[in-house]
Design a binder for this molecule. Structure first.
Ligand code: 26Q
Length: 768
């Protein structure tokens, strides 16, 4: 038995004895988690200190992000240490087991994809021995907890650390002050170790907590991805809070090493995870000026250290900050932004850019600072997160910028860590892969999965794969039953759409298509339908009325079907409440079909699509985001692709007439009519009428059916039916899923982070 495992268990028993006066068998889940995690932190402390020391000796990169959606740390950290099996066995000897920790809350310090990407990147950098650390905010309340009451979303605060936070180490010695217009605030760092897999290397995620009189709200809550007016000032303060604290921390350490400020850019790279940390640009200039550097010198340094990742092309999600607000909250920042803007203007004039273009490109427009423009102009590189997305940035959103500075633009297709999203969440599939490949090398080199291709024709392997899928469906069914009292039949197809609720992601298209399947099954025009469970999971921003209406609609259609004895044996709709990282681990492993149906050109990348692919689901999707590259890797025969391309949508933009489709297509008519004719009950809220109007009437802020649901409806329904027919040939369908597993190598965050390291950060793995 492993010595480190024994050390951890005995240290854990010590912690359980003091302060908890208990034993492994007698401990609550929280006590066990506290003691076990503290024991692991003790065990890794020397390696952690050593890794930090080595990191600081090298050119270093920092990932600045308002969100890190790390989820539960304990299972992942044991996995990285190679101790999962041993620790579980030792715990069992003592009358408990690792599964007791299923009750532990996730650290949900992020909204969705952007926050989870940041967590995957840190995992990969640690595994690759790259000197990269993360900086963010230690929100007291993470993303709200979603409940469902009568089919409606409810929200409760997520006081995640109330059950303890044994993975964070408060670093009192590194406190800094952040200066606001209304006085200073103490920023206290909490460090989380980020364990590399199978290496002694350990990265650091440093999260800042605001302390002092009246300061708590600054790190009080994570903002959901739509902001209401009242929250604007606080959100701005948050963004300044962690960027200022992080830069002060970085500079203090840098100067402490006795290094020359003028050479700061030679030693440091700073990545902006979207524009949320973009105030770091003027703040760095300010901090360098305070140290005696002139504006020109400071600006030159900023331009070499910062790079910016864009995660959205939706106009309403691009950050702009009004001058008055910035001046009130964070003195000095706006003047520096204006100085940068003045340089831009001079630069554009010198380059002979015409007046109209220069006006369009101005960082400050109508009294508001455009943070994406600031980040492109005052940084070194800008990247999109999938090839298609980067192309759209270049010929649409940032077209003017690309014309002038093409060398700044890069693509960095997203990735996910196979440690959490395959090894941790799907042990039986991981074991099969390791057995067939004869090695665990895929854990740190996902492209090794190509070696599974040769089993695509092996019916014995495919039937083992099918058994594993059935086993994971059963595990999800147990989870849903125990946690939410939701009954799932693991003998049915699991068709999954799990992601934030957004109109552009088109959960509404999915549920309308399901409603049409219901009508067809009921009238008998659809026969030989393989029983399917359509699973939905995802949170709506609290203020996003229409997305909440869609959640209610999903429940209403589910209720309609469940009440119908003739159809319910074939069709079920289930909404799993409170989608989070831990629930996702079950969903990814269990899914047979991955719904990735955003309007072409709207989803920057998607990363759930990659997690589902790695676990052998086939994609039912549009040519959007990273789906395009998934198809390229797995081959079109392994996926179900439908719908308008970006070009078709661009061409249609002016002439699109959803009402004509409503008139001419009886299926569209019948599902839309069901929204308003009493078939479905929205509890008297008018929510379903509002959805109907959004598709056929439009609203003050948009044209009817702005996401082209009706344009794609027929093609989508046909593909959904084809998936169902194809599923009957179990081995043929399994082969498609298997191809997905074998082809997912590109979508490892190891590959993504290596590319950032090589092309953007210019950092290298540290030799131990
Ligand atoms: C903005 C202003 C005020 C309050 C909140 C926000 C805010 C917060 C979060 C705006 C956007 C976000 C999150 C965006 C996000 O998660 N984008 C997703 O990023 C993934 C990783 O690159 C992509 O895969 C997804 O396609 C993209 O939607």
């Amino acid at each position: 038995m492993n010595e480190q495992a024994r050390y951890i268990i005995s240290t854990m028993e010590g912690y359980l004895a003091h302060p908890y006066h208990t034993t492994p068998a007698g401990a609550t889940a929280i006590e066990l988690h506290q003691a076990l995690s503290a024991a692991v932190v003790d065990a890794i402390a020397p390696d952690w200190a050593e890794s930090r020391r080595r990191h600081w000796e090298h050119r270093h990169a920092y990932y600045l992000s308002a969100e890190f959606l790390v989820g539960r740390a304990v299972y992942n950290n044991l996995l990285c240490l190679g101790l999962t099996g041993e620790v579980d066995a030792l715990l069992r000897e003592k009358g408990t087991s690792l599964s007791a920790l299923e009750e532990i809350e996730d650290a949900a310090l992020g909204n969705g994809g952007l926050g989870r990407l940041a967590a995957c990147f840190l995992d990969s950098a640690a595994t690759l021995d790259l000197p990269l650390d993360g900086y963010g905010i230690r929100y007291r309340n993470g993303l709200f907890k979603q409940g469902i009451a009568d089919g409606f979303q409810t929200e409760l605060p997520d006081d995640w650390a109330s059950s303890g936070d044994p993975w964070s180490v408060r670093a009192e010695g590194d406190v800094v002050e952040v200066a606001y217009g209304d006085g200073p605030v103490r920023a206290v760092p909490y460090d989380m170790p980020i364990l590399g897999y199978g290496t002694g290397n350990i990265g650091t995620l440093r999260l800042w907590q605001a302390e002092g009189e009246g300061a708590a709200p600054i790190s009080g809550t994570l903002y959901p991805d739509d902001s209401d007016e009242a929250g604007k000032l606080l959100r701005l303060k948050q963004e300044y809070f962690f960027t200022s604290a992080s830069l002060q921390d970085i500079l203090r350490r840098y100067e402490g090493e006795g290094r020359d400020l003028a050479r700061f850019a030679e030693h440091n790279a700073l990545q902006l995870n979207d524009t949320h940390p973009a105030l770091a640009i003027p703040e760095l200039i300010r901090l360098l000026s305070v140290r005696g550097m002139d504006f020109d010198g400071a600006f030159k340094i900023a331009r070499r250290v910062f790079s910016y990742t864009n995660h959205t092309i939706m106009a309403e999600a691009l950050e702009t900050w009004p001058k008055g607000l910035v001046e009130r909250a964070v003195p000095g920042m706006f003047a520096i932004i204006e100085a940068i803007d003045a340089r831009l203007a001079a630069d554009l004039t010198a380059r002979g850019v015409d007046e109209g273009t220069a006006v369009r490109m101005a960082i400050v427009q109508d009294g508001k600072a455009h943070m994406a423009y600031l980040s492109v102009y005052a940084g070194r590189y800008v990247n999109g997160v999938a090839r298609l997305h980067t192309e759209i940035l270049k010929d649409d959103l940032l077209k003017d910028w690309y014309a002038l500075w093409p060398e700044r633009f890069q693509n960095k297709t997203n990735g996910i860590t196979q440690r959490r999203w395959l090894a941790l969440c799907n042990p039986p599939l991981a074991a099969l892969i390791t057995e067939l490949l004869g090695s665990e090398a895929w854990l740190t080199d996902l492209s090794a999965l190509r070696g599974l291709e040769r089993y695509a024709g092996d019916d014995n392997v495919l039937s083992r794969f099918l058994d594993i899928k059935a086993d994971r469906r059963a595990a999800l069914a147990r989870f849903a039953g125990e946690k939410y009292g939701i009954t799932l039949d693991p003998g049915t197809i699991f068709d999954v759409q799990c992601k934030r609720l957004h109109e552009y992601k088109r959960q509404l298209l999915n549920i309308l298509a399901i409603l049409e399947l219901y009508f067809e099954l009921k009238e008998g025009s659809l026969t030989d339908f393989t029983p399917t469970t359509f699973l939905f999971a995802g949170k709506s921003a609290p203020g996003y009325r229409r997305a909440k209406g869609i959640i209610k609609l999903i429940h209403a259609v589910g209720t309609l079907i469940a009440a119908d004895e003739a159809v319910s044996p074939y069709l079920k709709v289930a909404f799993l409440p409170n989608y989070n990282v831990s629930q996702a681990e079950y969903l990814m492993a269990a899914a047979d079909v991955s719904e990735q149906i955003s309007t072409a050109g709207t989803e920057a990348s998607g990363t759930g699509n990659m997690k589902l692919m790695a676990n052998g689901a086939v994609t039912l999707g549009t040519l959007d985001g990273a789906n395009v590259e998934i198809i390229e890797e797995a081959g079109p025969e392994a996926e179900y692709i439908f719908g308008a391309h970006v070009e078709e949508i661009r061409e249609k933009a002016d002439s699109y007439d959803p009402n004509a489709l409503y008139q001419s297509d009886h299926r569209i008519r019948r599902v839309l009519d069901a929204l308003v004719d009493g078939t479905l009950d929205d509890g008297g809220t008018g929510a379903f009428r509002e959805l109907y109007d959004s598709l056929l009437e439009g609203a003050s802020w948009h044209r009817p059916d702005q996401y082209y649901l009706l344009l794609d409806f027929g093609r989508y329904l046909d593909k959904k039916l084809q998936v169902n027919r194809d599923y009957r040939d179990r081995l043929a369908f399994a082969r498609k899923g298997w191809r997905n597993v074998a082809s997912c190598g590109k979508f490892s965050s190891d590959r993504a982070v290596r590319e950032y390291a090589r092309d953007i950060w210019h950092i290298e793995p540290i030799e131990a």
